[in-house]
Structure formats: C-alpha cells, structure tokens
Design a protein around this ligand. Structure first.
Ligand SMILES: [Zn+2]
Length: 164
C-alpha cells in the first residue's frame, strides 16, 4: 500500500500556513534504505538539507545525512553525534554557495505509522528552545509504511503536516 507512495519518488506535504514541504527523490531514497522493516535494523537518522524556493513558501529537502561514527543506535533509540553532522551542514552550505541549508532532522521508527515518542517531543522542544531558529524547522519520522512530518510553528508549537 505505502510502497506506492515511496514509488512515487518524492513526498509532498501541505505546510500549515501555505506552501509545500517536499522530500525529493534522492533524500527519500537514502532514508528508505534505513526503514526498520526487519527486527535487526536499528534506528537511524540525520539532518535534512535543502532549499527554500525563492518567491514561494515551498521547501524542498534535497539531501539528508545518515548515521555516522559516534551516533548511538539501537532498535528504539537514535542519538546523533552533533559535530560530524554539523560539519556536513557546513560543507553543504559552502559547496552550494549558501543555497543548501539546514531544514531539520529525521529518524526512523520500527512502527508502521510513526508517532513521536515522549523522548522525541522533549528533544525537539529542547532543540527549538536552544537554537532559537527564526526559519521554519521540520522533524521527519520514517516509519515502516509511512513517512510523517512535523513543522515548528510560532511559540514552539509542533504541527503534523498533511501528505498531498
Ligand atoms: Zn523517535
């Protein structure tokens, strides 16, 4: 069923205040490799990199970082080591002359339709409070049959986005 959505090559969501949030084909293909569809597969995750489309409210995820040395992974947990992923962000920014930027984070869950855990929500809140981003920021969870996205709105409120 959901394989059809994956097969489409990209996923597009409606942003709450208008505009679209799209996960492009190569980013989706990379995340798809880490779907926890077998008991031995640990959680995976990384950072979302992409673009704000000029003159619109559309945002596209072009690339994602994947688990790196220093990350801690288990079936139900993923902790990202900050430094290496930060280096990837800096590199993408420089190589794209400042068009490829940090958009948020992703990780996998070993469940069909992923629901943020209490720990996810606490960590997201901590991150939002610490970073004080003025740009929109997104959290993606890749489940076994569905990918879900949350967007940070004003006052650090998180809203799930609707798949188009
Ligand atoms: Zn989680």
């Amino acid at each position: 069923m959901m394989r059809v959505r994956f097969a489409a090559g990209r996923l597009t969501f409606a942003r709450v205040g208008g505009g679209r949030f799209q996960i492009g084909p190569s980013a989706l293909a990379v995340m798809r490799r880490y779907v926890q569809d077998a008991p031995e597969k640990a959680e995976a995750g990384g950072i979302l990199l992409g673009r704000h489309i000029l003159g619109t409210d559309d945002i596209i995820v072009d690339d994602v970082t994947t688990p790196m040395p220093g990350d801690r992974r288990s079936r139900f947990q993923f902790f990202r080591a900050r430094r290496r992923h930060q280096e990837a962000i800096d590199r993408a920014w420089q190589e794209s002359s400042g068009t490829c930027t940090y958009l948020g984070e992703w990780h996998t869950h070993p469940e069909l339709c992923p629901i943020p855990s209490l720990i996810d929500r606490l960590r997201w809140q901590q991150k939002l409070l610490r970073d004080r981003f003025s740009e929109p920021i997104f959290f993606v969870i890749v489940g076994i049959s569905e990918v879900r996205v949350w967007e940070r709105l004003r006052h650090h409120r998180l809203m799930p986005l609707q798949l188009l």
